[in-house]
Design a protein around this ligand. Structure first.
Ligand code: FAD
Length: 388
């Protein structure tokens, strides 16, 4: 259940292994916000293996590098090699893509597979299980109730998952930081920031990421800054003047870029430990419902995509469903916790104050582009067990 990036990839991976899948989605329309997504080689490899490589290559960009700068000084701190360096080192590209383009590619692929039945406009409101299978209760917007039965249920209903509590009752924790997202036409950006690269600007308590998406026509902007309250609403409109005030000290080209969007959407950042366990009996959690990842490592969707590949592999071995799902949960446990921890640590490093940031900048500067990439070999070099 849930036709986000995780649910759609899981449906494709399971159907590729010969399973019949019913994908249940609460929304009626698949309008993704105008924002971008980074797809690192650990995820792009899985999607390419599902036959989506050509479509993704047409829609995605492949920036040559990440240029890391001081938010206020504008001084270059370090560089991470992407583009060809990533492909040659990890055998798969580091793509950046418009979320809507990725969603469309996944959805078109799912619609083209006879083994996948897509039920939209139905929220899963109940789930019960016995020795033989699972029974789901579905409710449409008009209040109509339906039931569906299956051998197993994959819960991929996102960070605010209603059904995760069946396996793990720990609550979401507000981070009191928010990610503001916007897009601007590339030709409107300051010339220094129009290049084919990802920009990462670090300052105390704040950072900004930008990269070109939509065939290079648009620049995707993400600015993370402190917030007081924390909103339940995911992607609420934000007041551009608040954003500009929070980044008033930004270096001139960054300030000019941040001044361009007329509208911003705001995501209050939340965290929660990975579910223990990620699966029990005939129910498995997948993606953000199992393990939300703070956006400081760009790995939330990537992990959901990895989950999908591992789940399909675990279910291919002919074991009884509960044993296969237990194998999936065991395979994922350490990796998802490690990545969650790295994302938290990156957040602390990105937003560090004077002392720690001086040490951070010195290390990044000394390492150089290739070694900065190599530090993440454990992350980007990942392959599902049993893959070539
Ligand atoms: C600012 C920001 C930047 C990010 N950047 C990156 C990045 O660069 N790279 C990256 O890999 N990740 C990134 N992420 C994370 C990424 O967006 C998420 O991790 C990813 O979308 C999770 O996918 P999912 O399928 O688990 O959940 P979702 O995409 O949230 O999908 C859940 C789906 O379930 C549906 N649903 C919910 N409840 C029900 C129900 N009861 N019944 C039926 N359907 C239901 C929802 O409508 C939705 O379609 C970022 C996140 C943020 C906030």
């Amino acid at each position: 259940m849930g036709a986000g990036i995780g649910g759609l990839t899981a449906a494709l991976a399971l159907s590729a292994r010969g399973h019949d899948v019913t994908l249940i989605e609460r929304r009626t329309a698949f309008s993704e916000v105008g924002a971008g997504l980074q797809l690192s080689p650990n995820a792009s490899r899985v999607l390419a293996d599902l036959g989506l490589g050509p479509a993704l290559r047409r829609a995605a960009g492949e920036p040559a590098r990440v240029c890391i700068r001081g938010l206020a000084s504008g001084r270059q701190i370090g560089e991470v090699a992407l583009g060809r360096a990533m492909r040659e080192r990890f055998g798969a590209p580091y793509w950046v893509i418009h979320r809507a383009d990725l969603q469309t590619i996944l959805l078109d692929a799912a619609r083209g597979r006879p083994g996948i039945r897509l039920l939209v406009g139905r929220a899963v409101t109940g789930l019960s299980e016995d020795g033989a299978g699972v029974a789901l209760t579905l409710e449409s917007g008009s209040g109509r109730i339906e039931t569906a039965a299956a051998d197993l249920a994959v819960v991929a209903d996102g960070v605010r998952s209603a059904l995760r509590a069946r396996l793990d009752r720990r609550r979401l924790r507000a981070l009191y930081q928010a990610a503001w997202r916007a897009t601007v036409p590339r030709e409107a950006a300051p010339p220094a920031l129009r290049g084919d690269e990802t920009g990462l600007w670090l300052g105390p308590g704040r950072h900004v990421v930008h990269y070109p998406i939509a065939g290079g026509r648009t620049i995707n902007l993400v600015a993370v800054m402190p917030e007081d309250g924390g909103s339940e609403e995911w992607g609420a409109p934000g007041d551009p003047s608040r954003l500009r005030a929070a980044f008033a000290d930004a270096a001139p080209p960054l300030a000019a870029l941040l001044g361009l969007p007329e509208s911003w959407l705001v995501w209050s950042l939340v965290d929660r430990p990975a579910a223990r366990p990620m699966a029990r009996g005939r129910v498995a959690l997948l993606g953000d419902s199992a393990h939300p990842v703070l956006p400081f490592l760009a790995q939330g969707a990537a992990l959901a995509i990895e989950d999908a590949a591992v789940l399909a592999g675990a279910l291919a071995g002919g074991q009884p469903v509960p044993a296969a799902l237990a194998r999936y949960a065991a395979d994922r446990a350490e990796r998802v916790r490690t990545i969650q921890a790295h994302a938290r640590r990156n957040g602390r490093l990105y937003h560090a104050g004077a002392l720690v940031s001086a040490a951070r900048d010195a290390v990044m500067g000394r390492l150089g582009p290739a070694r900065m990439t190599e530090r993440y070999a454990w992350l980007y070099g990942w392959r599902p067990l049993g893959s070539a």
